[in-house]
Design a protein around this ligand. Structure first.
Ligand code: ZN
Length: 223
């Protein structure tokens, strides 16, 4: 795919870590230009490998061999150093703070192509949201990110309908990989990714049957 080079000085080496994660973000800034400026400004000390704007244009900031600085303090399945183990993609979107909105089709089409290429290049084991790996701090890319659509394109896992999981939900979330420092925030992070329906009627942070059903499917998918 066509990629515009827009290098960032904010990167270093992976220190020998293998690339096992693909992490999606939103930029959470008022304009695409503001986000691109920040991701390429040495003073900000943040970056990502790629940014995709709302027209579907893909910008590369850091080559995949190098560690970009997008995840911050984060973990999954007890593993830290997620920056060293991941490729990070930023999607231009104002985010919850400035006016969160649906990701346009052109942007989604580019996400799919880029992610499929990345999955073809590396042995990626986890396709996750920033909010999955940092549930106490982060909400991105949020409940409007089309995870189900991406899973149909071979990117990540989408749960099928199963009977409701009957065990302890928080224990299950921990086993899946979530940090459980703040249980309600972690439950909401799980729902942003896998049960976005609860945000339509503002029932997030309730342990509903749909949440238990999707949780059960993810457990079976991990086995
Ligand atoms: Zn993020």
């Amino acid at each position: 795919m066509k990629i515009i080079e827009m290098p960032s000085p904010s990167f270093d080496t992976r220190g020998g870590c293998a690339i096992e994660y693909l992490i999606f973000h939103y930029t959470g800034m008022q304009t695409a230009q503001a986000a691109l400026d920040r991701l390429t400004d040495i003073k900000s000390e943040v970056s990502a490998h790629y940014t995709i704007d709302e027209e579907g244009v893909v910008y590369r900031h850091v080559i995949e061999d190098k560690r970009a600085w997008h995840a911050g303090v984060s973990s999954w399945q007890g593993q830290d150093k997620i920056n060293a183990r991941s490729i990070g993609i930023e999607l231009v979107n104002k985010g919850h703070e400035w006016g969160y909105h649906k990701f346009p089709n052109a942007q989604i089409e580019s996400i799919k192509i880029l992610a499929q290429e990345i999955l073809g290049r590396h042995d990626i084991k986890h396709v996750l949201a920033h909010s999955d790996i940092a549930p106490t701090r982060k909400d991105d890319p949020g409940e409007l990110f089309p995870w189900e659509d991406l899973a149909q394109a071979g990117i990540g896992f989408w749960p099928t309908e199963e009977e409701a999981y009957e065990g302890d939900v928080y224990e299950a979330l921990s086993k899946i990989g979530y940090d459980m420092t703040d249980k309600p925030k972690t439950l909401i992070a799980f729902q942003r990714h896998y049960v976005p329906e609860v945000f339509e009627n503002n029932t997030q942070c309730q342990i509903c049957d749909l949440t238990r059903s999707r949780l059960n499917s993810i457990f079976k998918g991990m086995a």
